[in-house]
Design a protein around this ligand. Structure first.
Ligand code: C5P
Length: 215
């Protein structure tokens, strides 16, 4: 199978030297990419800026902004059997990007922010998609409720939910997996590399099941 995986944060420029971003390390997405390669799959890894070396056998695409990530995913969206959108894409970006460094002044400064394009949502809306669509939900509150809402609204097959306070910038995570048919599965706290192998096995089984159903 071919896996398309997004990982890491995005950077939304304010001016040539400043940006808005978040604390995503990319570790979960990279671990899923390594695990998929280890189980014999092909991997397209589309990554925001992180301090990790790309897996050697992956097709690696490095991006910075949410617009670049959106475009890279769009370009490759006909290839995968499984799409795992693990990236912490910024939800907002500055309405305008200053061409020159914004100077410090005594007065207060406000930034106008506009929503970014939602990559997961755009894949969920594709007509007759053949790939399994997996989204992630890192939450600080109401984990199951927020994740269930995301599963429906973004038309995913699976949502992998975690408490952002455990998983962000960490080598470990604790997961709650929600499936389209209402089934749920908990995986207790473990290193991301171990969790990644479990996840890839779950994704490949779900993809096989959905193929058999369509045959
Ligand atoms: O809505 P929220 O950002 O919490 O949803 C998280 C999920 O949506 C993750 O799978 C993330 O990769 C994806 N996402 C995306 N594009 C965005 C925002 C989130 O693909 N602009």
């Amino acid at each position: 199978m071919t896996f398309l995986i997004t990982a890491g944060p995005t950077r939304e420029p304010i001016d040539p030297i400043r940006y808005i971003s978040n604390r995503s390390s990319g570790k979960m997405g990279y671990a899923i990419a390594e695990a998929a390669l280890g189980l014999g799959h092909d991997v397209i890894l589309i990554s925001g800026p992180v301090n990790l070396g790309p897996p050697r056998r992956a097709k690696f695409i490095s991006v910075s902004t949410s617009d670049e990530m959106f475009e890279a995913v769009r370009r490759h969206a006909d290839e995968p059997d499984v799409c795992v959108l693990c990236a912490a894409v910024a939800d907002y970006k500055p309405a305008q990007v200053s061409r020159v460094k914004i100077k410090k002044r005594a007065a207060q400064l406000s930034l106008e922010l506009i929503p970014t394009l939602d990559i997961l949502d755009s894949l969920g809306k594709r007509q007759n998609r053949k790939f399994l669509l997996v989204g992630f939900a890192a939450e600080t509150d109401h984990l199951e409720g927020n994740a269930t809402k995301k599963l429906r609204e973004k038309n995913c097959d699976i949502i992998v939910a975690n408490d952002a306070r455990i998983g962000m910038e960490s080598d470990e995570n604790e997961l709650l997996i929600l499936f389209r048919d209402g089934e749920t599965k908990k995986i207790s706290r473990a290193p991301k590399k171990i969790l990644a192998r479990e996840l890839v096995k779950i994704f490949q089984n779900s993809q096989q099941k959905s193929l058999t159903k369509k045959m």
